[in-house]
Design a binder for this molecule. Sequence first.
Ligand SMILES: *[C@@H]1O[C@H](CO)[C@@H](O)[C@H](O)[C@H]1NC(C)=O
Length: 312
Amino acid sequence: MRGGNQSVVSEFVLLGLTTSLEMQPVLCLVFSVFYVSGILGNLFIVLTVVSDSHLHSPMYFLLANLSFIDIWVSSSAAPKMISDLFKERKVISLQGCIVQMFFIHVIGGTEMVLLIVMALDRYVAICRPLHYLTIMNFRICGLLVVTAWTIGIIHSLIQLVFVVNLPFCGSNEVDSFYCDLPRFIRLACKNTYRLELMVTANSGFISLGTFFILIMSYIFILVTVRQHSSNGLSKAFSTLSAHITVVVLFFGPCIFVYLWPFPTVPVDKFLAIFDVIITPFLNPTIYSFRNKEMKVAMRRLLSQILSFRKPF
Ligand SMILES: *[C@@H]1O[C@H](CO)[C@@H](O)[C@H](O)[C@H]1NC(C)=O
């Protein structure tokens, strides 16, 4: 396998979610509705925060950044998945597959670090309220956002460097609706045990690590709120339980995909639906639409847009 590119496989066949013909229109409708409303909801949040000077604070900038990333999370796999539903042969080129994996890991890694940054922001606001404005200023906030993207890109590059030159010569069927490292690596015609270990260590570690940090930060916040006031607890609990739901929905599939040691279980592609379609749709509902200031600002923006339209 030395000396140049010996791949004979230049495209992969995605087996998709289901081969059932009756299911295809239903899935297409459901996924399209979730995808489009997720995009519109997140776009609206970004527009609201950017256009409304009342919302120019670190917390809302972070929310807008999360919405911005969520637009790309769903766009990394959903459009192809939906348009593939009706195709008999769902193919993706080798390069397309690598680009998709790079993209998914940049976005996924960045989203995870951003969720930690948001938890840190809430932790400082609730547990150190007097120092909040000095700790979380615009400079630090911007720096944290840049750090999140840098970590996302490095996380993705490190893994991709090891797999771009893998030789493929045998089967080219990927039993999923998108390309990702675990299945991609197993198709290579060489011993990939160490590569699989590398992906588990990298992607598995970042998923599991982030999950624990987030859960710990929520527990920390709850304990702090409990010590200070008893009536704040139920409100904090209702907010945090919503966050925990989303975090479990987002990280559960990731942890399963990268840490489940037995490759033969095909449930991971169904779990991935949560990450590609459901959480980018839920995040705005959970993080932004429940926020009073945000709701007021959205109504303001909406009435502005509508009044601009009137003359026409
Ligand atoms: C993301 O956060 C940065 C830093 O606070 C902010 O300048 C930027 O406008 C935010 N991006 C979006 C899309 O809201």
